[in-house]
Design a protein around this ligand. Structure first.
Ligand SMILES: C=CC1=C(C)c2cc3[nH]c(cc4nc(cc5[nH]c(cc1n2)c(C)c5CCC(=O)O)C(CCC(=O)O)=C4C)c(C)c3C=C
Ligand code: FE2
Length: 431
């Protein structure tokens, strides 16, 4: 089975034992690197053998690298942050039931972590918990990520342990936020390159939360990205406006990446060390308005070419944007209100975040417009020096904002990864 590395992990874990599904052969050349770039669906790279009497038992089933790739659950950081974005995603927020406190929350996080580790390895849940939804599939790069919202700390008597970084985000003038689809005590992100694997994980985690009435879903949203292998050559995914989106993200190879995205190993509070803060925004796109604009307008609004994502100042997708460049008329090539100028770290005192969104489409609204847009997910070491200054500037008016509506929001503390035998949030809950 192919092991996909989280970009921050320095070594790949050895495959675990497969009690119910045994992945036999390992992937060949198209390993983590190829998949990281979003390729490799065709070749049979690993083989699965159910040998336990479940349907298909004994059949030696070929898995592609897409199906056979597993991401480790245990590590310094949680999975699903630097993991290459998957084709399917679910976000779910849970509220603890009245009467459920610190002890019940700790039991839930222990249960969830064990379940996530099993599912991500392509196993389980077994026995009566097996819903058969993902029975024939490999792990398909499944990741499960857990976070804590501001309300969790009062609900569990842990108010003193709440990080300042969880102070509510400022109100932005363009916000039209629905409180019922915002925030929450606990947050779960699921990503996988197979829709059934992703849903199986979501359902298993929901059922586990509901056990003993511990926690109930507050809101849940689903999204998608381009499937690995869908393009002839690996490329940055596009959003529903058709733009190449994600090009100028901080890269794990950059020296200040860790410092910008993760709480340092000696940071405060101690239970958040190697963790990250997640800002979630459900941003609806006014697609009828956007699609009514000319290509030249659309490109001016962003500051990049639609065809290949290259800056309007020239070069290819990864060529740096030249914000100082002027045209023959002496005016800036990248407009003063172009999205890439307004959001650039140079325009925001160095503010940077790792954007790892999913697109969504939830049908047609009563006004006839598509209910579609971006489940915007931004990771940073501190939202006050990441998302907040940039969104403040966008709120004052960039050229893209008239085509967007922020409809839901969340801010979550996502602790570092769990060690083998431990669970996510253990230091907080048992500290
Ligand atoms: C507060 C932060 C941001 C929000 C909200 C946001 C919404 C949003 N963005 C796009 C499309 C694109 N964004 C691009 C770049 C970009 N966006 C942000 C921040 C927010 N975007 C940053 C920090 C950057 C990088 C700026 C830079 O350093 O150059 C791009 C260009 C390609 C890329 O670099 O990813 C596009 C396209 C949409 C559609 C959207 C809301 C739905
Ligand atoms: Fe953006």
């Amino acid at each position: 089975m192919t092991k996909r590395k989280n970009s921050q992990d320095t070594k790949t874990e050895t495959p675990g034992r497969f009690s119910r599904r045994r992945l036999l052969a390992t992937a060949g050349g198209a390993g983590a690197a190829g998949l990281a770039a979003g390729a490799a669906t065709g070749a049979a790279a690993s083989r699965r053998d159910d040998g336990d009497g479940t349907p298909g038992a004994g059949a030696d089933v070929a898995l592609t690298t897409l199906g056979g790739t597993a991401v480790p659950f245990h590590g310094r950081h949680q999975p699903g942050i630097t993991t290459p974005v998957q084709a399917r995603g679910h976000l779910a927020a849970f509220d603890l039931a009245p009467g459920a406190g610190r002890r019940e929350a700790a039991e839930l996080l222990r249960r969830w972590s064990a379940l996530a580790a099993e599912l991500m390895a392509g196993r389980g849940p077994g026995g009566e918990e097996d819903l058969a939804i993902a029975r024939d599939a490999g792990p398909a790069s499944l990741t499960v990520t857990f976070g804590f919202g501001r309300g969790f700390f009062d609900a569990t008597g842990l108010t003193a342990a709440r990080p300042l970084a969880l102070d509510p985000l400022p109100e932005f003038s363009a916000d039209r936020l629905d409180p019922e689809r915002s925030e929450g005590h606990l947050w779960v992100q699921i990503g996988a390159d197979d829709a059934l694997v992703a849903f199986n994980a979501l359902r298993a985690l929901q059922r586990s939360a509901a056990r003993d009435g511990t926690a109930a879903v507050r809101w849940q949203m689903s999204g998608f990205n381009r499937s690995p292998g869908a393009t002839a050559r690996p490329m940055t995914t596009r959003n529903l406006m058709g733009q190449v989106d994600g090009t100028n993200n901080p890269q794990p190879s950059e020296p200040d990446f860790e410092r910008r995205i993760f709480v340092p190993g000696d940071g405060d509070p101690a239970w958040m060390r190697n963790g990250s803060y997640l800002v979630f925004r459900r941003i609806r796109m006014l697609l009828d308005d956007w699609e009514g604009r000319s290509l030249a307008d659309q490109e001016r609004i962003i500051g990049r070419r639609k065809a290949d994502g290259a800056p309007l100042t020239g070069g290819g997708e990864t060529t740096p944007v030249d914000l100082a460049a002027t045209g023959a008329d002496g005016r800036p090539v990248i407009a003063a209100n172009a999205h890439v100028r307004v959001t650039a770290p140079e325009s925001n005192g160095g503010a940077a975040m790792l954007r790892r969104p999913f697109s969504y489409h939830d049908g047609i609204r009563s006004d006839g417009a598509p209910d579609a847009g971006l489940l915007f997910l931004a990771w940073q070491a501190d939202p006050l020096t990441g998302f907040v200054p940039v969104q403040r500037k966008l709120d004052r008016g960039d050229a893209l904002s008239p085509f967007l509506r922020h409809e839901a929001s969340g801010l979550f503390a996502v602790p570092g990864g769990a060690p083998e035998g431990g669970y996510v949030g253990q230091e907080l809950l048992e500290g």
